[in-house]
Ligand binder design. Structure first.
Ligand SMILES: NC(=O)c1ccc[n+]([C@@H]2O[C@H](COP(=O)([O-])OP(=O)(O)OC[C@H]3O[C@@H](n4cnc5c(N)ncnc54)[C@H](O)[C@@H]3O)[C@@H](O)[C@H]2O)c1
Length: 426
């Protein structure tokens, strides 16, 4: 089930259907394309991930969504303008038209630039959450499903910080009844999912499941949760480049990132309050990767700036520029420029697929609460109290693959490699 039936969701659904019909490849999806090495390099065992772990099969996926805009998935996909209408949408038009969004829990206070008509009514937020729970139960029953997973692919809400209402279940439920402003719609979806024992992955930077009450509820109900914010374009590049600078002990004095994009997400982020939520999510990783406290001479004075500019002519085809000021031997300055002409939803869709499959797997494997091993997919990964987030893409990838090996009773791969050399035996 998807919260939001916009650019990312429709690109994901239409993509899966095209793949199922043999019309395209699931490029960008680790669960579908990647292999995993097992045992020693000399063993030559490298099955595909989806042959190694018991993931749900693409052919068994059934989709449903909520959106305050009543467009069906075909109309929404055409409006989003990501996929080629003739190549990837018209041939599956009937399938897409059958996916009609359920009325959403939506409040314009939290997403200023949107207006919706397909919206639930209720006397308070608790009642709205109960309606969401009913939607989940009805969908499971009517589509004869074994399990459900929810991925939040809806808009970025205004910036909120955790408060007293987010600490305990009693406080949260009381706040829902009192229509407390600190309870955003995304939290109602999260609460409803956890009450229904449904795993919840958060693709936006909203707090949603990143709250003490949700962590406790997830543990108590044995449900996997995780977020925040899909790691797709510019931040994905950052989480590759910054570890490289640190690995080589090159200094960093500044990193200026700007974006132009013209899709609905860009329009929502044009509102300063929604942008603030995104900005926080995008800014965090450099500090964590570079560890300025350990390397003050190299990373103690980094000027990090992130801008997002709404520019309609580009649609979903975002351009992300980075100007990176680094310094090397004896402090001599150098510059790197990155100009990533990417496609936002093309990068996000395979992440939605992998998250749905891996969160479902986690639920079946008895992994509840925060799924740190899926940090790979998030700009701002959730982590247990007392830890810090791991942002380096390659550490995240190792963590993910080692978790799969661990789940399947295979040896961890440390990359030590000494066992291949004779002197190791002496
Ligand atoms: N595409 C990427 O690369 C990327 C990367 C990271 C995060 N994200 C996040 O993913 C989300 C989706 O992006 P998109 O490009 O599909 O945006 P979009 O605007 O095309 O789609 C979002 C949809 O969510 C709906 N929505 C808003 N509030 C809702 C609510 N309370 N309940 C149900 N539906 C609601 C909107 O009506 C809209 O149709 C955004 O929050 C975006 O910031 C996208």
């Amino acid at each position: 089930m998807l919260v939001g039936l916009g650019a990312v969701s429709t690109t994901f659904i239409a993509g899966v259907e095209n793949v199922r019909r043999g019309r395209a490849l699931p490029i960008g999806s680790l669960s579908q394309m990647a292999t995993i090495r097992l045992g020693k390099r000399t063993d030559k065992r490298t099955p595909k991930i989806n042959e190694f772990v018991p993931l749900a099969d693409l052919k068994d996926l059934v989709f449903a969504a909520w959106d305050p805009i009543p467009d069906d998935a075909f109309t929404a996909a055409v409006k989003a303008g990501v996929l080629d209408r003739h190549e990837h949408l018209e041939p599956i038009k009937d399938f897409l038209q059958n996916i009609k969004p359920m009325p959403a829990v939506f409040d314009q206070y939290y997403v200023k630039r949107l207006q919706g008509t397909n919206v639930k009514r209720g006397k308070n937020k608790r009642e709205l959450a109960e309606q969401l729970r009913e939607d989940m139960r009805n969908f499971k029953q009517s589509a004869k499903l074994d399990r459900i997973v929810i991925v939040w692919c809806a808009s970025t809400e205004v910036f909120l910080t955790p408060g007293p209402a987010h600490q305990t279940l009693a406080a949260f439920e009381q706040a829902m009844e009192q229509n407390d402003q600190s309870i955003a719609p995304s939290m109602l979806y999260a609460y409803a999912a956890l009450m229904e024992h449904v795993p919840f992955a958060n693709g936006a930077p909203n707090l949603t499941v990143d709250l003490p009450v949700m962590e406790k509820l997830a543990e108590e109900h044995h449900v996997p949760i995780g977020g925040k914010d899909f790691k797709t374009g510019q931040t994905m590049m950052k989480s590759v480049l910054a570890p490289a600078f640190k690995a080589r002990m090159l200094g960093l004095s500044g990193w200026y990132s700007t974006n132009i994009l013209g899709n609905r997400d860009g329009e929502v982020l044009d509102d300063p309050e929604s942008f603030k939520t995104k900005e926080e999510s995008k800014l965090g990783l450099l500090e964590h990767i570079l560890q300025p406290d350990l390397y003050p001479e190299l990373y103690g004075k980094v000027y990090h700036k992130v801008r997002i500019n709404y520019y309609p002519p580009r649609g979903d085809n975002k351009e992300g520029w980075d100007n990176i000021d680094i310094f090397g031997w004896l402090g001599y300055p150098m510059q790197i420029k990155v100009d990533f002409l990417c496609r936002d939803s093309i990068l996000a869709a395979p992440i939605v697929l992998d998250l749905a499959l891996f969160f479902d797997l986690a639920g079946r494997a008895g992994l509840s609460g925060i799924q740190e091993w899926l940090s790979f997919y998030f700009k701002s990964p959730q982590f247990a109290q007392g830890l810090y987030a791991e942002h380096d893409l390659f550490i995240q990838q190792t963590k993910l693959k080692n978790t799969l090996r661990w789940l399947m009773g295979e040896e961890q791969i440390t990359h030590l490699g000494i066992e291949y050399y004779e002197y190791a035996e002496k």
